[in-house]
Design a protein around this ligand. Structure first.
Ligand code: NAD
Length: 475
């Protein structure tokens, strides 16, 4: 049976479902294909959402433990893992179920199955019930996402070696957990397990946690993470990994490693993700895949095969859901005949650790690497009234500024709620704001958002709450 469809979307994660919904809203006939019963993809089923639910619990546990400082003491928390799991699963089912409902309301044909490409205008879908359906389309949008990378040295099918998906199933609290990779996932899930009572060791092969992120921001996180983790080894490699029924034997090699051979109850491998570009039949089209596995696309997210578009993790770094949302809109509007392009000035990034780290635009490290002259303004949260009331002065807001024009080129924030605050930086940079523009906007008091205003004032040597005897310039 051949179904006529204007747009077929393969993969129903944040990129795929956004594309399908917008295409339907623009009056196109849409088929959305995914193996899951409802849209959601990795982000909703086994990524952003369940991890944020667990991080919220971690935050509550930490606050309860630290509240003695404010004169409030709680009993040691009793953690019911079954209820925790079930609450996390409810978060996932609420969100994915909601997307299922929105799919039906929009009259999108949702096919629960695995798609392959027959040619550049036809997909074959092996449905969950084993039958096959053919979908013909004018335009196909590939949104198949990514999966955890497993380098050969760390490859093992043993259930004590976890990837991020397995680690989100918190049905036990391991005594000792080794996290391989000090990036987004390693630090987020490492924080969750540490809060639940696990002794967490992180092994990072580079010289810093979160390589690429500005060192002054990472320092603030490292201080706190170093206190909750058992050990953090930098410049260290895992050279051997053997799992048995009782645990995992690991050999570590690095300058800080005093004991090379160690035992852990479980190991979480979080060393990056790889795009899912092995779509059956893709090699029969003109679509080009680069050596890292990303599908090559133009500014409209069109591949080398004119009828096929690619968005999200499949279409390149950064592998972030909000980039996929935006690319989806560009691809669909292009299909609908609008003149659009994917050319954001900035794509924000947030690591949901405690404290959170968020940044957008040019970083100080990038400027240095490129040889771009920039001025930096920093506002320490110790001078923020709101941070003091929250007992969370472990934070900093910084601006990366173009010296001649005083335009804001980058914003970096470390501190509680940094992920929410960074949105102001995105708007400021996209609107071409100068430091003076930021300073001229009245920010609500008392809030952490004032740290953006005060970092602008600090740039001018005029911060109300930081005394600098020498002013850099007059107003
Ligand atoms: P990552 O790239 O953030 O971090 C991987 C880390 O592992 C790096 O620091 C790298 O130097 C290190 N590493 C690599 N090989 C290693 C080895 N053999 N031994 C020790 N360390 C090693 O990758 P991730 O944490 O797996 O996350 C994957 C991607 O998923 C992220 O890049 C991001 O795009 C996305 N993600 C985003 C969020 C968020 O937005 N908050 C959360 C989770 C994941």
């Amino acid at each position: 049976m051949t179904q006529p469809a204007r747009v077929a979307v393969i993969g129903a994660g944040p990129g795929g479902y956004t594309a399908a919904f917008l295409a339907a809203d623009l009056g196109l006939t849409v088929t959305l294909i995914d193996e899951a019963p409802d849209p959601g993809g990795v982000c909703l089923y086994r990524g952003c959402m369940p991890s944020k639910a667990l991080l919220h619990v971690a935050k509550v546990l930490t606050e309860a433990r630290e509240s003695a400082e404010w004169g409030v003491t709680f009993a040691e928390p009793d953690i019911d893992l079954e209820r925790l799991q079930s609450w996390k699963n409810t978060v996932v089912s609420t969100l994915t179920g909601g997307l299922g409902q929105l799919t039906r309301q929009r009259k999108i044909d949702y096919l629960e199955g695995r798609a392959s490409l027959v040619d550049w205008h036809t997909a074959a879908v092996t449905m969950k019930d084993g039958t096959t359906r053919q979908v013909s389309f004018d335009h196909g949008i590939l949104a198949t996402g990514s999966r955890p990378a497993r380098p050969a040295a760390l490859a093992s099918e043993h259930n004590r070696i976890l990837d991020s998906t397995a680690a989100l199933d918190v049905n036990r609290v391991p005594g000792r957990l080794l996290v391989v990779g000090g990036g987004y996932i390693g630090l987020e899930l490492g924080s969750v397990y540490a809060a639940l009572g696990t002794a967490v060791t992180v092994v990072e092969m580079t010289s810093t946690l979160l390589p690429g992120v500005d060192a002054d921001l990472v320092r603030v996180l490292s201080r706190r993470f170093g206190a909750v983790a058992e050990t953090v080894y930098l410049d260290t490699a895992v050279t051997q990994l053997t799992a048995d029924d009782e645990g995992v034997s690991v050999r570590l090699e690095g300058p800080q490693v005093a004991r090379e051979d160690q035992r852990f109850d479980e190991v979480l491998v979080a060393v990056g993700r790889v795009p899912n570009s092995e779509i059956a039949g893709l090699d029969g089209t003109s679509v080009e895949v680069d050596p890292r596995g990303f599908v090559r696309v133009d500014a409209q997210r069109r591949t080398a095969e004119p009828s096929l578009f690619a968005i999200g993790d499949l279409a390149g770094e950064p592998m972030l859901a909000h980039k996929a949302f935006h690319e989806a809109r560009v691809a669909v509007e292009t299909i609908a005949g609008h003149k659009v392009a994917f050319e954001p000035t900035v794509i924000p990034a947030v690591v949901f650790t405690d404290p959170e780290i968020a940044w957008c635009g040019l970083t100080e490290a990038q400027a240095k690497a490129e040889g771009t002259a920039v001025s930096i303004a920093r506002f320490p949260w110790g001078a923020s009234g709101r941070a003091v009331t929250l007992s969370r002065t472990d934070g900093m807001t910084k601006l990366v500024v173009e010296p001649e024009t005083e335009r804001v080129l980058g914003v970096g924030i470390v501190g509680t709620g940094a992920g929410e605050l960074i949105a102001e930086g995105v708007v400021a940079i996209e609107m071409g704001a100068t430091v003076e523009d930021l300073r001229a906007c009245i920010h609500p008091h008392p809030t952490l958002s004032e740290t953006l205003l005060e970092s602008a004032e600090s740039f001018l040597g005029l911060s109300t709450h930081v005394y600098k005897p020498k002013r850099l310039s007059s107003p």
